[in-house]
Design a protein around this ligand. Structure first.
Ligand SMILES: [Zn+2]
Length: 253
């Protein structure tokens, strides 16, 4: 039981950093200066106001100084990351796949924040995330069975996604997929074998559908961030990889 609590806390600490990094960089701010502060009165936060989850609870979601409401998104990011870290650990135990899962959760959180808020996926998320994925795959499965295959599948996914974009742009006469989505496809391919990459795309599209209906009905907008849904597709397919592969085997044979 203690290990789950520890992993939950571990997740919230990382999430706290990811939240700061994603909100600041997507607005073009520095992640080092200024120190974390209240967005309304600029009162710099003391260390105990930075503890994930607890600081929010003890301050009742308000700034100590000016009583401004603190956004709930950092709290949601922290709790969600903690829970997903525990789920990954329950699924894959003490293994490289668990570390890979943690990396995927953090990439997903960063994309949630930047794509939903600013409609972008940060290049630094893709670069650092991609490098970490390659490193873990290499440590787990070595050069030929691991890294080489990952890069190959990554390129396959990237090219496929690019073709989808070209066709989509022509069909809808507007930008169908953003550059960030296509680059993110490389990361998806690096994690998943090509058949599971296709499954992840299906999951992404299906999970995006309710949101797309909601935005077009409520805001009349057709602009939809697809990155978060690609990330959901990647993560769920990664989590249920063996089950999905089993089902695919039964269908094929
Ligand atoms: Zn304040």
């Amino acid at each position: 039981m203690y290990i789950y609590i520890l992993i939950f806390i571990f997740g919230t600490v990382f999430a706290s950093f990811i939240h700061l990094y994603a909100t600041r960089l997507s607005k073009g701010e520095s992640i080092i200066t200024p120190r974390s502060h209240c967005p309304k009165c600029n009162h710099p936060l003391a260390w105990y106001e930075l503890i994930p989850i607890f600081s929010y609870i003890f301050q009742h979601g308000r700034c100590k100084k000016c009583d401004a409401k603190i956004g709930i998104d950092s709290l949601v990011t922290e709790i969600l990351t903690g829970i997903l870290f525990v789920i990954v650990y329950i699924s894959y135990g003490q293994s490289y796949r668990t570390i890979l899962g943690f990396v995927l959760v953090l990439i997903m959180m960063s994309i949630f924040i930047t794509d939903f808020k600013e409609m972008i996926i940060l290049d630094s998320t893709l670069l650092v995330g991609g490098a970490l994925i390659c490193l873990v795959v290499f440590l787990d499965k070595g050069l030929w069975d691991g890294l080489y295959k990952s890069l190959l599948y990554g390129v396959f996914a990237f090219i496929l996604m690019f073709l989808v974009k070209v066709l989509g742009d022509a069909a809808f006469k507007r930008e169908s997929l953003g550059g960030g989505d296509i680059k993110f496809a490389f990361l998806m391919g690096a994690v998943l074998p090509y058949n599971l990459f296709l499954i992840a795309l299906v999951v992404a599209s299906m999970s995006a559908l309710p949101y797309a209906l909601y935005t077009s009905l409520s805001k009349g907008s057709h602009e939809l961030p697809f990155g978060p849904f690609l990330a959901i597709g990647l993560f769920t397919t990664f989590l249920f990889e063996s089950n999905i592969a089993e089902i695919l085997n039964i269908l094929v044979s």
